[in-house]
Design a protein around this ligand. Structure first.
Ligand SMILES: [Zn+2]
Length: 200
């Protein structure tokens, strides 16, 4: 989420690829998972490598997702913020603690003109903490599915660029990171299930 968290100008290409690839996978799979939740029937994501870019200024990995049918209203708003919320939920832990704060994310979106793509902003419409929290709730419940999707697309990306040694190195480190993230919201799931079963 925060591009300033990594000193991109000193990262070797494989490390920057790993950073961009993970971010892109989490972002697009966030859209896919929320799309599935709000009633999208057909969806897929696509990821590609940009060649000949200035690595200090530009991302090395691009991604997009397509969802059918197009949805309106609240569903479309949730879809619009799904990518950036997913990125926020995947952020690094600090001192072993992890917090998702919709207020900080909103400040970031408001303060950083390039935080979200034009397409995402248009779909999201009026963004407030309630929208971000609602989206985060959906994604947390479906987090293992999001990680599974991300691993699926990671495998495709790795195959497509198998002759690029930096991609191969990046993909293997991203795989380890994603697998480590898979259980991030397990505690929450367990707690929610316990509450549900105590009420049934
Ligand atoms: Zn997006």
């Amino acid at each position: 989420m925060n591009a300033c968290a990594y000193p991109l100008d000193v990262l070797p290409r494989d490390k920057q690829l790993a950073y961009d690839l993970q971010r892109s996978l989490i972002h697009e799979c966030g859209h896919l998972i929320v799309g599935d939740h709000v009633g999208v029937i057909n969806s897929f994501a696509d990821f590609w490598l940009y060649e000949d870019v200035d690595p200090v200024k530009e991302r090395l990995v691009g991604g997009q997702c397509r969802c059918f049918p197009p949805l309106g209203g609240r569903s479309n708003q949730l879809m619009g913020v799904a990518g950036i919320v997913a990125e926020g939920l995947a952020d690094e832990e600090i001192d072993g603690e992890y917090f998702f704060c919709s207020g900080s994310l909103l400040d970031y979106i408001d303060g950083e003109p390039n935080a979200m793509s034009a397409t995402d902003l248009e779909a999201a419409g009026e963004i407030d903490e309630e929208l971000l929290d609602e989206c985060a709730d959906v994604i947390q419940r479906r987090w293992p599915d999001l990680i599974a999707e991300a691993l699926h697309y990671l495998g495709q990306f790795e195959k497509r660029y198998a002759d690029d040694d930096d991609v191969v190195a990046a993909a293997s480190s991203v795989r380890v990171r994603l697998e480590g993230l898979a259980s991030r919201f397990q505690m929450l799931d367990g707690a929610l299930n316990a509450i549900r079963s105590s009420h049934s």
